[in-house]
Design a protein around this ligand. Structure first.
Ligand code: SAM
Ligand code: SF4
Length: 475
């Protein structure tokens, strides 16, 4: 019988579960890859059209080495021509690792008695933020376990506290959160504190696999988690981030799950996710899970390139779970945000001495321990433009990645100049001499590349204002 994808499609309705495992499996099993098809699909993505699930299935089923190179090249071209050379930098800040769930891959799970439990006090949060600001950070994501202690009111309090800490020219201008799903009222409370993105990962989109990893607690409910972003939208949070934890189930299924989730949000709320995250499972305190679905580096690179082509207007986040060399390589295939100077042990940013990653104090092993400045240096070496920009969020230009992608000239008019201005602030306030030297060269080269003379003059003027002490200038 001929495979008819439409047959499986479940209608998109707000608040309704929208993943049909049979549908996704049918796409994977019944779709084959050919050079002609793969090239047509890459061309469609480069023409700024979003891909269907069937087209994404063709890409994930591509095994031919030459065609995989073409997929990667397509993703590289899309990134270079549409988004340019900017990379947005942020840092995670773990607020508390108490947790009532039992996720078998996570060091914070309730059954892990080796984990040293801690919730930062207000004064500890202030010390952490001060240390982050002293490094030049401007954008944070606050992270919490799932626990009655971490109520919507508590989360809102910590967000407001983070915004309130100012030291010298240091300030946090955007606070995103990664927290367990809430009900609509809870999301309203959190939104009122001024969060940027609300991020939550489905971990695995496969309902049966999901059950095997989530043994007890609220998180056992697959559908409650799946519809978390519907409730967030209902509460007025239209800036959301999705993700899957790669290594729990067949990576091809997860890629289609992420695309299906994106389609659902677009269909119901007219706005897709702001960001997609694709962490791979890393070692954790007393980690004991089956490794049969772990994803190799080459499949990981391929899946990042496929995601870039599949959702061309969505931001993509690659974290310090991955080693520096692999991050440097994968950034080229469409990543738009990375964390820098990351420490995930509770309270560790303000510790005087750098300590080894102790698994019993953190959630998992991180593999890129470069400082923020080292990362900035390496990005500059690669002629990339590190950015701490928060302008769209603060000017209410939500759906910014969609605008970057779809509004002609948006990146040249807003994103690149803002990246230059925020990098300039970093160079003036925090960078050592060698980084500053490289940074100003990159800024000057990027000003030269602007094709609008009035804008060139305006950016140069704003940079002079920054040099004479003004801060927080943006378009
Ligand atoms: N408790 C919240 C929740 O479950 O949504 C916050 C999540 S957790 C602090 C952030 C994310 O880390 C999880 O959603 C999961 O994808 C990821 N994570 C958990 N264990 C991991 C591991 N061993 N390796 C890599 N990532 C992991
Ligand atoms: Fe708790 Fe989240 Fe870790 Fe699960 S992933 S044990 S919910 S912190």
């Amino acid at each position: 019988m001929r495979f008819t994808p439409e047959k499986y499609n479940i209608p998109d309705e707000p608040m309704k579960p929208f993943i049909d495992a049979d549908e996704i499996r049918a796409y994977i099993n019944n779709t084959t890859s050919s050079p002609k098809r793969v090239r047509e699909i890459i061309a469609k993505s480069l023409a700024k059209k979003r891909l269907t699930l069937e087209e994404v299935a063709v890409l994930v089923n591509t095994e031919d080495a030459g065609l995989i190179e073409e997929i990667k090249e397509g993703a590289r071209t899309l990134k270079r021509t549409i988004y340019g050379n900017r990379i947005v930098l942020f840092a995670p800040l773990y607020i508390g690792n108490q947790c009532t769930n039992n996720c078998t891959y996570c060091g914070f799970r309730t059954s892990n008695s080796s984990e040293i439990r801690k919730t930062l006090t207000d004064s500890e949060i202030i010390s952490e933020i001060t240390a982050l600001e002293d490094n030049g950070q401007k954008r944070l994501i606050l992270v919490y376990g799932e626990h009655a202690l971490y109520s919507p009111e508590f989360i809102a309090h910590t967000v407001k506290l983070a915004y309130s800490v100012k030291k010298g020219n240091g300030e946090i201008r955007r606070v995103n959160i990664n927290a367990a799903p809430l009900d609509i009222d809870g999301f309203k409370t959190v939104k009122a504190s001024g969060i940027g993105t609300y991020q939550v990962f489905q971990e695995t989109y496969h309902p049966e696999a999901y059950k095997t990893y989530h043994l007890s607690g609220r998180k056992t409910d697959y559908n409650y988690r799946l519809t978390a972003l519907d409730r967030a939208q209902e509460a007025g949070i239209d800036d959301v981030g999705i993700g899957a934890l790669f290594g729990l189930y067949d990576w091809r299924f997860e890629v289609l799950g992420l695309v299906r989730h994106t389609n659902h949000l677009e269909a119901c709320y007219n706005v897709g996710p702001h960001t997609i995250s694709f962490p791979r499972v890393k070692d954790a305190s007393t980690l004991d899970i089956d490794q049969s679905h772990f994803v190799s580096d080459s499949d990981f690179t391929k899946l990042v390139a496929i995601l870039r082509l599949a959702v061309p207007y969505t931001g993509m986040i690659l974290t310090a779970r991955e080693p520096a060399q692999l991050r440097n390589e994968i950034i080229q295939f469409g990543v738009s945000q990375i964390d820098g100077g990351t420490k995930i042990e509770l309270g560790s940013y303000s510790e005087k001495q750098d300590t080894e990653n102790n698994l019993d104090k953190g959630q998992f092993q991180i593999n890129d321990d470069r400082s923020l400045n080292e990362i900035i240096n390496e990005l500059l070496e690669q002629d990339m433009l590190p950015s701490f920009c928060t302008a769209c969020y603060r000017l209410g230009r939500t759906g910014e990645h969609f605008m970057e992608f779809s509004v002609p000239g948006f990146i040249k008019r807003y994103c690149s100049p803002n990246a230059m201005l925020t990098l300039a602030e970093y160079l003036i306030d925090y960078a050592p001499e060698n980084t500053a030297k490289k940074g100003w060269e990159v800024i000057n080269n990027n000003i030269e590349k602007l094709d609008d003379e009035t804008l060139k003059t305006s950016v140069r003027e704003k940079i002079e204002q920054l040099k004479s002490g003004k801060r927080d200038l943006y378009y």
